[in-house]
Design a protein around this ligand. Sequence first.
Ligand SMILES: [Zn+2]
Length: 625
Amino acid sequence: MRVVVTFLCCICFSTLCGQTNSSFKPFPRDSAELYKFDLYKNYFINDGEEYKQRTELTTAFTKLEKKFNEAVKSRGKNVYHLIYEYDSLNRKIGKHSAYLGMFAYIDLANPVYYMKMDTFNRQISPVLNRINETIASLAPSSISRNSKTDRPGPDYSFFYSQLQNNPLRKLSENERRIVNDVTPNLINWQARLFQTTVRTTEYKPVKTGNKVLSIPANMNEILNHPDREVRKQGFLNGLEGMTSRREIFATLLLETIGNRNKAAALAGFKDYPEQSYSQRFLTRADVNTLLGMLKDSASINKRYENAMFENFKKIGGIDTVFAWDRFMPDPNAPTPRFTITEATNIILEATKPLGNDYRVEMSKLLDPKNGRLDMVNRPNRILRPGFSSGSVGYNSVFYQGNYEGYMSDVIIFGHEAGHAVQNMLMDKNGVSSFYALGASYFTESFAGFNELLITDYLYQKATTKELKKYYLSQFLEQAMGVFGNGMDATYEQTLYDSIPAGRINTADQFESQMQKTGAQFSIWYQPYMKYEMQWVNKMQFVTNPLYRINYVYSKLLALYYFSLYQQDSRSFIQKYNDLLRNGYDREPDNILKQFLNISITDKKLIDLSLALINKKIGEYEALIK
Ligand SMILES: [Zn+2]
């Protein structure tokens, strides 16, 4: 079924970076004021106008439902024109959601916009569900376009087949109602309790000179601190705090997996992995094959980690690397920071090779005068690193929790801008609202490609060895996510296999399995290292289960795009733009085959990506010598 609100993304950064340089101003010359949304300019001139149009939209949907019902009564009648009308109305929903949602996010203290959004959802969702059920019940011949009588428009057969394949259709109306009522109670509470537990966990602070650093508020400063003792204390205090809630976290993870499986079974699936993967047109076998291949290639990840260890030993003057050295700053090279103007130029220049259409949309988004950016920290804004809101039918906007000018901030900016630009390219191309959202890994791959372009652009332009090393490591951090996320996805899959079989039930067993899976992929997992509680640190295991596999596929695709781009940029750019503006009107694999001649399960995808990674690790090894 359609989701009314379309907010993309979700980047997880475990750290934000380097030392604080108090004289640095991320928004120079008082430009911060410009980096706040102008939602009146982009969406509706005021609340009254938004309400008026929302009411008209709700009425129009109700009228449309009647037309569908009448068409069903007169059997055999073609309803293409009604689906077209449905599509046109559906395009308008996102604009209201974006207006209400963004006002809610920039002022959490004001509940009015959340309430309006909730009311809108409750009004509109049942109508959409009923219309979808009606369409699914029609004969295939009634949804196809008649070239003589219908106006030109999209082919709705993929949309129709998705509605038809909804497993809930096999249930009676009463059963469907029960499943819809029960499912939220089964699966929604764990994430809320997890977040509350995280928020209320107490940690011992860390003293450094006259300063007291708290966890988690100053965790980035602690982990990136030049004084090794500060890093060590911070890491150990963090571990101690998390360990104090270990049993609660274990229960939450057990309940997440158990109840997700129950909810999936109610919806007609074998278990949650089957349900979750099938929503992305993947099978358990596809996922297991890919994860197996990554495990077999884990020596590549360990090679990079060994190079990192060598670098830490050299710059830090240490014999043994510990977990608290992971974000050790280089004393010989201050961590680069970028003002918003610099970051904007970097993103524009790095994505310039993608061509004029891309550049036009990127420039419009990044021009603060257009009011589509909100990047300045202020009270009552939602605490999220960054996300974009968009679909087709309205302007995409970008939100960043707190732009401080670190490399990771620039990467979030470029990543989310990539989502926003893709939406605008689809919009310009007249993509149906039913085809504006695709499998998450597919959408994420376009944003992931921007991460590679940006870090590579800075690497190529860097003039000192230290900077080259820094930017190449940033490129590799993005690329090696294939393995990091592969490890997490393998662990999660192991849990979904082991818990129902009764092999994992306790916090100790969660930890020992994490150490075992971790050691297969990474050298951070060694007994002396105390790299523990990672099964809690990866909060998506509870808040967004089985999501990590998306990053494995998206990073592989992004690396594949990067390889093609380097081989023959001209031919690639044309196809890539066509792919971006196409939308998701078929299964991802069919789209990939048409535009890039690759299947998501093709071994070439992994071979080319790993060859690129190996080459870049070679460059990194040469730089740290
Ligand atoms: Zn994203």
